[in-house]
Design a protein around this ligand. Structure first.
Ligand SMILES: CC(C)(COP(=O)(O)OP(=O)(O)OC[C@H]1O[C@@H](n2cnc3c(N)ncnc32)[C@H](O)[C@@H]1OP(=O)(O)O)[C@@H](O)C(=O)NCCC(=O)NCCS
Length: 362
């Protein structure tokens, strides 16, 4: 069987920062509570749409892989916050990249979406259906955040990350995978007015139906179990011992969930990649952003055995046992950047406050 390895990686974080101290002027919360209960210090608010974030992360991943957009057979975008439902975010990204030989598909498994995309694209490469895929996780989650709800306002942020997976004879790539879902508890993390299920008159009366609503403690409990079990499952299926694992790159939702997952795997905390303090939970984007930063900080060595694990709305979960290739340096870079913004976070959120209510206390 052909192997499918990661040959390129990239991230795109919009520059405008919303700090815990900024949040203190929006809801009844404080930096100490947020830091100790979640590990988050700040998050990014995007001034551009999801596809634009995805496209720049994608360009950076293509540059790192040293390939052209026309070499890509499939653009797979994991997102639950696309610019629009029709067409897919992936089609917008495919066009913006000039990936004229690629098919394009969105995958929505919420925060597990990037792993669903990585596993399905890698499976297609291994099966010989395609040679090269660009797999992106991209979100503009803060569009769906009601900043009067302190249970969600402190957690989420915007961003994108991407990888290129390519067919190779070199050893490595996807060694084992697990994907799961329990839709019976869909309502513990959802945005019920974000699709066609809601009566439009009702939505007009209650905009909050469009915002992400969550039963935090219930999600927490299930996340620890789902992510821990899924990660343990792929380690066993790959035939690895826990000592073999070089790095756990988990979904970044809450540092306490990450710690519990590492404990479940009896993994040395030094082998766990955590960057949640800087970006909060960017849903499908957390893992490709974290992988990119793990590569940038040389935490990924040639042939490294990596466990990816995620959970999210659905509830969905996924994990992958992944052996990295021999190259951990990018082949190239691009100097493209997002269009400029004045970086005033409260101005950027003004539309959100006008819709859901709230705003800085004066
Ligand atoms: C949301 C979350 C951080 C809340 O932390 P928690 O330890 O479970 O806290 P609880 O909800 O039990 O609330 C504890 C107290 O803090 C308060 N609180 C909740 N949010 C707060 C905030 N942002 N600031 C200050 N206090 C807050 C609660 O009102 C409660 O007060 P009380 O004891 O007086 O009733 C946590 O449940 C979580 O991270 N859950 C998973 C969420 C997640 O990962 N979602 C994305 C999935 S991909």
């Amino acid at each position: 069987m052909t192997n499918s390895i990661i040959t390129g990686w990239g991230k795109c974080l919009p520059p405008t920062v919303l700090t815990n101290h900024d949040l203190e002027s929006l809801v009844d919360t404080n930096d100490d509570w947020i830091t100790s209960r979640t590990g988050i210090k700040e998050r990014r608010i995007s001034h551009v749409g999801t596809a634009e974030l995805a496209t720049l992360a994608g360009k950076r991943a293509l540059a790192a892989a040293g390939i052209e957009a026309t070499d890509v057979d499939l653009v797979s975008v994991a997102t639950c916050t696309p610019d629009m439902l029709i067409p897919s975010a992936a089609s917008l990204v495919q066009d913006a990249l000039g990936a004229t030989n690629a098919g394009a598909i969105d995958q929505n498994a919420a925060c597990s979406g990037f792993l669903y995309g990585l596993i399905t694209a890698s499976g297609m490469v291994q099966a010989g259906v395609i040679d090269t895929a660009l797999v992106v996780g991209a979100e503009r989650l803060t569009y769906f955040i009601d900043f009067t709800d302190r249970g969600t306002a402190v957690l989420f942020g915007d961003g994108a990350g991407a990888v290129v997976v390519q067919a190779t004879d070199e050893p490595g790539g996807l060694k084992a995978s697990d994907m799961g879902s329990d839709g019976s508890v869909a309502n513990i993390l959802w945005a019920p007015g974000s699709g066609t299920a809601t009566n439009r008159m009702e939505l007009q009366r209650n905009h909050h139906l469009q915002a992400i609503a969550m039963n935090g403690p219930e999600v927490f409990k299930r996340a620890v179990k789902a992510m821990g079990d899924s990660a343990a499952d792929v380690v066993a299926k790959a035939g690895w011992d826990l000592d073999d694992v070089d790095l756990l790159i988990p979904h970044q939702a809450n540092v306490r969930i990450i710690d519990a997952t590492a404990r479940r795997l009896q993994l040395d905390p030094a082998k766990v990649f955590v960057n949640i303090a800087s970006y909060g939970n960017t849903s499908a984007a957390t893992i490709p952003i974290a992988l990119t930063e793990a590569l940038e900080s040389r935490r990924v060595t040639p042939g490294a055995k990596i466990v990816f694990a995620a959970f999210g709305a659905g509830l969905s979960w996924a994990a992958a046992a992944w052996e990295f290739g021999s190259r951990v340096e990018p082949l190239g870079t691009t100097d493209e950047e997002l269009p400029p913004t004045d970086g005033n976070v409260m101005t950027l959120l003004a539309d959100n406050f006008a819709y859901y209510g709230g705003g800085p206390a004066t």
